[in-house]
Design a protein around this ligand. Structure first.
Ligand SMILES: C[S@@+](CC[C@H](N)C(=O)[O-])C[C@H]1O[C@@H](n2cnc3c(N)ncnc32)[C@H](O)[C@@H]1O
Length: 398
């Protein structure tokens, strides 16, 4: 098709006439209403879908008259009656109005493309007059847009913002599609050591990557410095992604970062992630709850805290310790001293979801010695409870 000129129209408040009351007219009307048009529907009867739109459109319940086009900017005709569509098209032509005909693309002066919309990006597709082909292309492009598979970075100044993205525990495949999209839009990425760092390789070289660090004993930036850099880069007009391991709100100090943005008036959003507290045991074949074994789960930061060991030792179900390697010995001793059964299964999963994942299974009585023997190190998740023994049954076989 030659000579067809794509345009994006601002229809807000402008009169668009839709002649016809069937499902095609309803689909067109719905989209026009979404785009803010002042829609006039002309039809003696209308289908259910159009009835639902009646509070947002004007309906003339009668046959079409040429005067219906008065004041219009655009016309759609979808009556199913060729003679009526011909008359509408002829009147539109005489009035110098663009007319989209549902019955005959070749006789139309305007065509509605298949449209992919994702955030502030709109892609309109015409595919040689083949609507199914256009729809298939539209769906493929929409998927790429939604999942960050296309270069979405802005190249003109805009409002800065911060998105906290939960990257999952290590395997880059565990980030959400929304997280990927945020990364594709990012100008600046502030990244933790335990975030899925393989994703950094996909960033455009001009994206600024700031190391936040956050290993148990080596903080590259303090939390206050991280908060400040998020706010400062966003206030300079950048789209900032704070890429974190696991979920931003599970022992990740994400709440503090959101508060800092709110206090500074910076738009902020949180994209939840797959937390290591659940995913790392799962990757080792340990369901944190399991019928007959555990119906309750406690997640504990085992780093720099003095928990109530008496309560923890009494709790039913599964206890998951994050940041628990350094003090494993003292923690197991505390649980035993407070009456926890020495035979309680314990599993330690290092580098969960990564190719070097390793699981060590023992009991509360012997896990500390086993961990020393095997040189267990960070990052690791410690699972205490009957479900830990399932690692031997349900764990990876390759
Ligand atoms: C500061 S916490 C952050 C937790 C994170 N927000 C989450 O939801 O997973 C860091 C701890 O998460 C655990 N962790 C994170 N990634 C891990 C991985 N790939 N394998 C084992 N443990 C991991 C370790 O216990 C580590 O010390």
């Amino acid at each position: 098709m030659t000579g067809r000129h794509p345009l994006l129209l601002d229809l807000a408040g402008r009169r668009v006439v839709v002649v016809g009351g069937g499902p095609v007219a309803a689909r067109r009307t719905s989209r026009l209403v979404e785009d803010g048009a002042d829609v006039l529907v002309v039809a003696p009867a209308i289908c259910e879908d159009l009835v639902e739109l009646l509070d947002r459109v004007t309906w003339r319940q009668r046959d079409y008259l040429a005067t219906d086009l008065d004041g219009a900017w655009l016309v759609h005709t979808a009556t199913g009656d060729r003679s009526v569509d011909d008359a509408v098209a002829a009147d539109a032509e005489a009035a110098h109005l663009w007319c989209v005909r549902a019955d005959d693309a070749a006789a139309s002066t305007a065509w509605t493309p298949a449209v992919a919309r994702s955030g502030d990006v709109t892609v309109a597709i015409g595919a040689g007059g083949d609507p199914r082909r256009a729809t298939a292309l539209r769906d493929a492009i929409a998927l790429l847009l939604d999942t960050g598979g296309l270069p979405l970075r802005r190249h003109r100044p805009g409002t800065g913002s911060v998105v906290l993205v939960g990257g999952g525990p290590g395997d880059p495949g565990l980030i959400t599609t929304r997280g990927r999209r945020a990364l594709a839009e990012a100008d600046v990425v502030v990244v933790d050591r335990l975030a899925p760092r393989a994703l950094l390789a996909e960033l455009d070289p001009s994206v600024e990557v700031i190391e936040a660090g956050k290993s148990p004993h080596a903080h590259t930036l303090t939390q206050a410095e991280i908060n400040a850099v998020l706010v400062e880069r966003a206030q300079a007009g950048h789209r900032v992604v704070r890429l974190k391991g696991g979920d931003p709100f599970v022992l990740g100090r994400g709440g503090e970062e959101v508060l800092a943005c709110i206090a500074a008036g910076v738009p902020v959003e949180v994209v939840p992630g797959v937390t290591s507290a659940l995913a790392v045991p799962a990757a080792a074949g340990i369901p944190v709850t399991h019928r007959g074994l555990a119906r309750q789960l406690t997640i504990l930061s085992a780093h720099d805290t003095a928990p109530d060991w008496a309560t923890l030792a009494r709790l039913e179900g599964t206890l998951v310790l994050l940041m628990g390697v350094a003090q494993l010995g003292s923690h197991t001793r505390e649980l035993l001293a407070h009456g926890k059964d020495p035979g309680t299964p314990v599993a330690i999963i290092e580098r969960g979801t990564l190719p070097t994942q390793r699981t060590t299974v023992g009991t509360l009585a012997d896990i500390d010695a086993l961990a020393r023997e095997r040189g267990v190190g960070n990052p690791a998740v410690v699972v205490v409870g009957d479900v830990a023994a399932l690692a031997d049954v349900l764990g990876p076989t390759v």
